[in-house]
Design a protein around this ligand. Structure first.
Ligand SMILES: [Fe+2]
Length: 212
């Protein structure tokens, strides 16, 4: 963010009032998506259906229970440039708070129609999208969606998205840790909007993932 190039430019610009707006927009930079714990429920075995539609499992007539959420955005580097071809993964519990994971108590009672995990490659403009569920709470955690972005060379960013305004956020230790830097709010809080135009009763949100 505070690159030497910017400092040099400011030095050359002196205190010219005409250039101050440029200074503020450059100096502001963009906040990165904070690294957050992977948690205990990253899949040990990936589902047979590995696409970006978690609501519909290939070969099943039933659709997952819960409120459908269209999650989309772009993967960007810290300069705001799209990161194409990086892998984006998400995973979350079903509408009853149960993960598809052997460590999950009551695992066998999970909603078999929910894929639980999905992944895709970001497009040339960094774009990604998932059809998933509005996350629900489970004991000890506020509602959240886990995500991981894998870059070339194997480096990854692991994080979590939350629902903006959910009263349980303030009591959640992972959320509170991420919010120690309040600039990260827009990177981890999803503003859910009605998206009945996409499908009845659905919600949508746009979350850019900024890899710092
Ligand atoms: Fe979780």
């Amino acid at each position: 963010m505070n690159s030497p190039g910017i400092s040099r430019r400011l030095l050359l610009a002196g205190t010219s009032a005409a250039l101050l707006p440029v200074r503020s927009s450059l100096a502001a930079g963009i906040a990165s998506t904070p690294e957050q714990t992977e948690g205990p429920f990253y899949p040990v075995q990936f589902p047979d259906d590995l696409d970006n539609d978690l609501v519909q499992v290939r070969g099943q007539a039933a659709q997952a229970m819960g409120t459908i959420l269209h999650l989309q955005g772009r993967v960007l580097d810290i300069d705001g440039k799209p990161m194409r071809g990086v892998q984006v993964e998400i995973w979350q519990c079903d509408s009853h708070g149960i993960y598809d994971h052997p460590r999950q108590p009551g695992h066998t009672g999970r909603d078999q129609a929910f894929q639980g995990y999905g992944r895709m490659l970001a497009a040339a403009d960094g774009g990604y999208s998932f059809r998933t569920l509005k996350p629900v709470a489970y004991p000890g955690r506020t509602p959240h969606i886990h995500l991981k972005v894998a870059r070339y060379g194997g480096a990854t960013l692991t994080s979590q998205f939350y629902i903006a305004g959910d009263p349980q956020n303030a009591r959640d230790f992972v959320y509170r840790e991420a919010m120690r830097d309040p600039r990260q709010r827009d990177r981890i809080e999803m503003n859910l909007q009605p998206a009945s135009g996409l499908e009845p009763g659905a919600l949508a949100t746009t979350m850019d993932i900024v890899v710092g």
